[in-house]
Design a protein around this ligand. Structure first.
Ligand code: IMP
Length: 439
């Protein structure tokens, strides 16, 4: 049962889309299983750049089936925009299947996200993507005011919307009367029925379809979104997204038994970024942070927000790799730190006079940790044209090998630029860490 998962090990934006795109050639099916329009996957192929939010990156490969599993929340207007954008550029979407179990994002979710995100959590706001993701998942868990994709095709859909709009107007009206007044049940029904018609060819119950695929041994690639440190249970709560975005959430979101996943590839950037609020021990708030942002073009795919930048945090990535059951790592965007005079890695935290390699469970403790740094010399060489491990400058190879050691997982691929071709396979004997670092 060959099931591979590509999972982000930081706070999202680890360039997972590129890896998924590379790996689709080895798989028959690509599955998105969580998140929604908060995700922004950029895939560059043949010089063309594709920005996807809901649709699996496998869509660019005509031989692959693409599945949006039940754990995803879908904004119909946004996904239709993605479909149109792909078709305009000659990409077929006929092999797309969307689970009729996905929950739908409605205008009230976006209005609620805006209103609640403005409320501070311990003096800082979460800084959500304002795509209505949290409120949609909140309704899913609450059940009584939730609408799934399959509901669009039921006779009582208009009635449901009217009932929910009446509730939402009262709830939202208590916080933002203006936003509540814009909710018009009739207009929403009309708009969503229009979307339903256009989406119909892609909608099905993907669960039995995927179970059949698993049982017949088809090879499946599970495409993670967000990152492990944004996991609702295991991340930097409350500065997280609303799903189990680490490896523990794959089977639930896709609708497959956990045994269907036998290879976990963790993706991390050669440095760290974060968008939105929350603790970030290795953050650089100085000119070096600005330099990395410019070199890496670190602006959000979905919101355009400048990303916070910092050095590689081996404590955080090691935690995420262990939690997600990662077998091997891909280290992305090594080219971005290539021109710097030195590079730093945080290998442990100092907290309350103790040194630890454990990742704190409380955001306030993570905010208080002091990184223990390992400073390495830079290689000050443009490596975007390098295609083999041997041709990388020695300090760059040393950086990769040592990160593998600190994280406790082999690094099997290094990326030196956005294009598919800018990927270096690392000989396993070079990067297999002897043993997990001592705790
Ligand atoms: P939400 O998922 O829109 O509710 O946002 C919650 C937090 O997760 C915010 O800090 C967002 O910036 C972050 N987030 C959500 N999706 C992504 C992503 O795809 N990449 C990076 N950060 C994300």
């Amino acid at each position: 049962m060959p099931g591979t998962c590509v999972i982000g090990l930081q706070w999202g934006d680890e360039a997972k889309g590129k890896l998924v795109d590379l790996m689709t050639a080895e798989h028959e099916i690509v599955v998105r299983y969580l998140g929604g329009a908060n995700a922004g996957h950029t895939v560059v192929t043949g010089g063309a750049k594709f920005k996807l939010h809901h649709i699996p990156s496998g869509i660019l490969n005509p031989n692959v089936d693409n599945v949006i599993g039940p754990g995803v929340v879908v904004n119909p207007a946004v996904i239709l925009g993605e479909i149109d954008g792909l078709q305009e550029r000659g990409i077929s979407v006929s092999r797309l299947k969307i689970s009729d179990r996905v929950h739908l994002v409605f205008p009230w979710h976006i209005a609620e996200d805006k209103v609640t995100n403005e409320r501070l959590v311990g003096g800082e706001n979460i800084g959500t993507t304002l795509r209505g993701i949290g409120p949609c998942y909140r309704d899913k868990v609450g059940r009584t005011t939730a609408i799934r994709l399959g509901d669009l095709y039921r006779e009582d859909f208009p009635e449901r919307v009217e009932r929910i709009v009446a509730i939402k107007q009262r709830q939202l009206g208590a916080l933002d009367a203006e936003a509540a007044a814009t909710l018009d049940a009739g207009a929403i029904v009309e708009e969503y029925l229009g979307h339903a018609k256009r989406l119909e060819p892609y909608v099905c119950d993907t669960t039995p379809w995927l179970l059949e695929a698993v049982e017949s041994g088809r090879s499946i690639l599970f495409e993670g979104a967000q990152g492990s440190l944004l996991d609702i249970d295991h991340g930097t709560f409350p500065f997280v997204t609303s799903t189990n975005s680490s490896g523990v959430g794959v089977a639930a979101g896709a609708g497959v038994p956990w045994k269907a996943i036998d290879r976990m590839i963790g993706v991390a950037k050669a440095y760290t970024t974060r968008v939105g609020g929350g603790p970030f021990p290795t953050e650089l708030t100085d000119a070096m942070g600005d330099r990395i942002r410019e070199l890496g073009n670190e602006y959000g795919t979905t919101t355009g927000r400048p990303r916070r930048c910092g050095w590689f945090d081996a404590v955080a990535v090691r935690y995420a790799a262990r939690l997600s059951g990662v077998d091997e790592l891909a280290l992305m965007m090594l080219d971005v730190v290539s021109l710097l005079p030195e590079v730093r890695v945080c290998t442990a935290y100092r907290l309350d006079g103790q040194t630890t390699t454990d990742f704190p469970s409380h955001a306030d403790d993570l905010r208080r940790v002091e990184p223990v740094w390992e400073v390495l010399s830079g290689w000050k060489t443009d490596i975007t044209g390098v295609r083999s491990w041997e041709d990388l400058p020695e300090p760059a190879r040393d950086y990769v090998v040592r990160i593998a050691g600190w994280v406790g997982r082999p690094i099997t691929r290094v990326s030196v630029g956005p294009d598919r071709s800018q990927t270096i396979d690392v000989p396993l004997e070079e990067v297999a860490p002897a043993a997990s670092p001592s705790r």
